[in-house]
Design a protein around this ligand. Structure first.
Ligand SMILES: C[S@@+](CC[C@H](N)C(=O)[O-])C[C@H]1O[C@@H](n2cnc3c(N)ncnc32)[C@H](O)[C@@H]1O
Length: 275
């Protein structure tokens, strides 16, 4: 692993980036506010789980539990759902939101690389927008395979190389130079686990793999929301000069005033992999 890569630095992810949901929410807010999709993301993903009454489900990297919070009225009777995340803060937020929902949820901090469940426990394992954070992905996928029942399914959401591809182009060279040590969200290049390579990374562990693509793009009409998104994944030691932030904000506000908005491509989807 590249120890400078904040994307796969578990210590940084747990103690800083995902200590709570505030950074994740800055990014989700941009998608919530400016999406052009006809269907919301979380219900679209939930449909792909194809849950039936009484199923046992594990979510790895559950974050604040949005998948379940936004689909709470659609969970079939008798499902037992275990929500886990590397970050205890995320698990606590998920628990605070879902504990009184009337469904059988349990909550515990857990690293996908070291799942402490018996072999063949779950019908479905969910790993949404988190496999690209796992330092030893093969170890994580082997753990998922082990805890799935025969014919059990992994649901794994991620992005493709076209996702937010315009964002780096919206940053002038002068600003980039001022923040040379900082990698803006969307400028990090290819994700370790992405739509383009997910199938081949999953293939050693699963018999059958489907890919489902989510149609969406952004039409952003608020410069502040785009700035918040762009600066939502930096390490504390990567100092970003306030002048550079202000410059970007002005530049993007002017573009929005002139064009009515900023178009940004999205490329997200889900792998459904059967054991
Ligand atoms: C981008 S967030 C996605 C949260 C949620 N799945 C969603 O889609 O809203 C990634 C989550 O994965 C968690 N995570 C990162 N590495 C992990 C690991 N090795 N094991 C379990 N969770 C991890 C983070 O703490 C964070 O909550």
């Amino acid at each position: 692993m590249d120890s400078q890569d904040p994307f796969r630095d578990s210590d940084y992810l747990q103690k800083n980036q995902y200590r709570d949901s505030s950074n994740l929410d800055a990014r989700a807010a941009l998608h919530r506010q400016f999406s052009t999709a006809t269907a919301d993301w979380q219900p679209w993903v939930f449909d792909l789980l194809r849950l039936e009454p009484g199923m046992r489900v594990l979510e790895c990297g559950c974050g604040p539990g949005w998948l379940w919070r936004q689909n709470v009225d659609r969970i079939p009777a008798g499902c037992q759902i275990t929500l886990t995340d590397l970050s205890p803060g995320m698990v606590a937020e998920a628990e605070a939101a879902l504990a009184g929902s009337g469904h059988q949820f349990s909550f515990q901090p857990a690293n996908i690389q070291a799942l402490d469940f018996a072999d063949g426990t779950f019908d479905v394992v969910v790993a949404n927008h988190m496999l690209y954070h796992v330092p030893d992905l093969a170890q994580g996928l082997a753990a998922v395979q082990r805890v799935l029942k025969p014919n059990g399914r992994l649901i794994a959401a991620t992005n493709g190389d076209e996702h937010m591809k315009e964002l780096p182009l919206l940053v002038p060279e002068a600003v980039r130079q001022k923040v040379a040590s900082w990698r803006m969200r969307g400028m990090a290049g290819q994700l370790p686990f992405r739509l383009e390579n997910g199938r081949s990374l999953l293939a050693p562990f699963f018999a059958q793999i489907e890919q489902h693509l989510y149609e969406d793009s952004l039409w952003v009409t608020d410069a502040d929301a785009l700035v918040a998104y762009a600066f939502s994944m930096i390490k504390p030691e990567m100092e970003v000069p306030e002048t550079a932030v202000a410059h970007l904000r002005e530049l993007w506000a002017a573009k929005i005033a002139a064009d009515g908005g900023i178009h940004i491509s999205k490329q997200s989807g889900v792998f459904v992999a059967t054991r």
